[in-house]
Ligand binder design. Sequence first.
Ligand code: SF4
Length: 409
Amino acid sequence: MLFPPVCHSLVLKVASKCNLNCTYCYMYNVGDTSYMSQPDVMDNETVLDICEAVRLHCRKHKLRYFDFIFHGGEPLLAGKDFYRNFVDCAKASIPARTRLSFSMQTNGVLLDEDWCQLLSALHISIGISLDGDKPTNDMNRKDRGNHGTYDRTIKGLNIAIAHPYLYPHLGILSVVNVFSDAATVYNSFKSLGVQHFNLLLPYGTLNSPPPGIYPHLKKPETVYADWLIEIFDCWFDDSHRPEIRLFTSIIELLLGINNEFEYFGKSKIEYLVIEADGSIEPTGALKVCGNKFTKLGLNIRTHDLDEALREPLIRLYHLSHFILPAKCTICPIRDICGGGHLPTRFSRKNAFNNPSVYCLDYMKLITHIQQKLWQVLPEDVTAKLLKVTYREMLAFHNEYAQLRKIYGH
Ligand code: SF4
């Protein structure tokens, strides 16, 4: 079989509630109601079942590494004993020949000295969600009383920065806000003293587009590409730039280096999500496609990881950079873009058989980064690289639209 199903990481929704209420959150604010029937915190029986399933999976596939990613809701709401117990259980169950790693994505508001000491002791690295400067962050990242959370997140972040184990791995995950000033956001990143960032495009579909995208306009705009290009240029021209994973991944792909970036490229995706009640699901981002869309009737109590990996929606997500809509299969930048992130291809009419709602933005951003590389790399290197301009990509886009009008889908 091409790409035999195997899983190297689990995203564990250890707490299904959150202390914040961010406007774009796919758990609570895109119409999916499945969180309401979840237990607040994953129980010990589910933890034991997860560790046993991972033990069997690692043994069967002779895996040399396996990653546990604690997520929520807000994962700190699971409490300290949950993490002591989980790490002990995983280490006791899974043979030492499989290297285990543990990480967490938190909003940082509850991070204090005790938490940072515990996370360091358990070797759980952390990523913190923060959208840039205070006004930008507080537009969307609000608490349940509708108050901005920037100051509290920064307080938690600064405590984490002071911890020698946490600091080198510490990353900031930011959702792009096109109603903010890109240069201000970049400068705010720089002021944090953190070395690793990633930028995430808001989740959306053709039926529920991300903020600022109006796909049915005669002349659609590329607000995401324009914003990202502005921040890319600040970053590219900065001699002391931190890592921004979105940009380094696109550059690697343009240079012909494959990587495991989930949103672009031509890699297989190799993780599963386990909800607090043990349900096994593909990425939570697919919740934007409809209520209970990710509910597949699979549970870690009754199904092993191999069974889950064969489930069609999970398989489609994992191979989403290979199973492409017609337009993407002939797209000149297909190997870089990979059709983008699967949820953003969805429409109620054609399911996933559409180019991404971000298609034009991807074209503009990728060709811009390519042009910038040409300016700095020697000719013998650029001669081997993809060479296509945004103008040529637009010509491809328009020609494809015309052919579709004549010959149908
Ligand atoms: S740029 Fe558009 S057409 Fe090309 S691969 Fe990406 S989504 Fe598909």
